[in-house]
Design a protein around this ligand. Structure first.
Ligand SMILES: [Zn+2]
Length: 271
């Protein structure tokens, strides 16, 4: 499933090609994604792209009339740039065509993604409005985590994955960051010291930064016609490694289910 780093990579992969370009047409498959594709989408024809940004796992394309295209990659979505005249393939659902830029193709086999045209203030949109801070935002600090976790009995893994607390810490990154910070995933959030939140804060930023940097090497794929997904494998310390030896201490990595998600941890390194 695309996580924050993949969405950031997608943003970096497409922005240079499309910013400043005028939309010459829109093609849609007619199939429903997470939400039905609105006929309003055709109204972007003639508008120009002024910016591409990311908020949590949403990709936002700002247009010169103040509206936005809001994309979510869902479970299996990907965006690709294709030469003009590209013929839609199976699982392509929305293609934005430009007068002088490659076509922007949204491809999504499982159709849990979405493409929505937002005419009103983007930060007030229901999908965006209630999101917590970005992990790279200056309000996201160890003291902030300490303050929000006060009296919370939720496991710290669930706490750090909560979008109200901070966005973009998916299951893989939560497991990896807790390992780096040496914190047991089931520890109650309210019982964690400021010092340990300092380690967790650093680890969250570290694992996401590493993933984004790893994604940078896949940027060229956005232009490749064989179009492999831009998702990437980092070296994972615990995620997916149950019954394998911890790289630090040789104990066997454990797997448990936390809040319906698989959690991986080292029983020796994480307390
Ligand atoms: Zn260990």
């Amino acid at each position: 499933m695309p996580e924050l780093p993949e969405v950031e990579t997608t943003k970096r992969g497409i922005e240079k090609a499309i910013i400043g370009n005028e939309i010459s047409g829109v093609w849609t498959s007619g199939k429903n994604l997470r939400y039905p594709i609105s006929p309003k989408l055709a109204a972007v024809t003639g508008l120009s792209v002024v910016d591409v940004s990311r908020r949590a796992k949403y990709l936002l394309i700002a247009l010169n009339d103040g509206s936005h295209l809001l994309y979510h990659l869902g479970m299996s979505g990907m965006m690709r740039l294709r030469d003009s005249g590209y013929k839609p393939e199976k699982h392509d659902h929305v293609i934005i065509r430009f007068s002088a830029a490659p076509e922007l193709v949204f491809h999504d086999p499982r159709r849990f993604g979405c493409v929505v045209k937002v005419d009103d203030e983007i930060n007030q949109h229901p999908l965006i409005k209630r999101l917590g801070p970005e992990p790279f935002d200056e309000v996201f600090t160890p003291a902030y985590l300490k303050r929000l976790s006060k009296n919370k009995t939720t496991p710290v893994k669930t706490f750090i994955m909560n979008n109200d607390v901070v966005v973009g810490v998916g299951n893989i990154y939560a497991s990896e960051a807790l390992f780096q910070a040496g914190i047991h995933p089931h520890r109650k959030a309210g019982n964690i010291s400021l010092k340990r939140f300092g380690k967790l804060h650093e680890a969250v930023i570290g694992v996401l930064t590493d993933a984004i940097n790893a994604g940078g090497t896949t940027l060229k794929d956005f232009h490749q016609s064989d179009g492999k997904p831009g998702y990437f494998q980092q070296k994972l310390m615990v995620y997916g490694r149950h019954e394998q030896k911890c790289f630090n201490c040789n104990s066997l990595i454990k797997k448990v289910i936390t809040g319906q998600r698989s959690t991986f941890y080292c029983p020796h390194c994480q307390r």
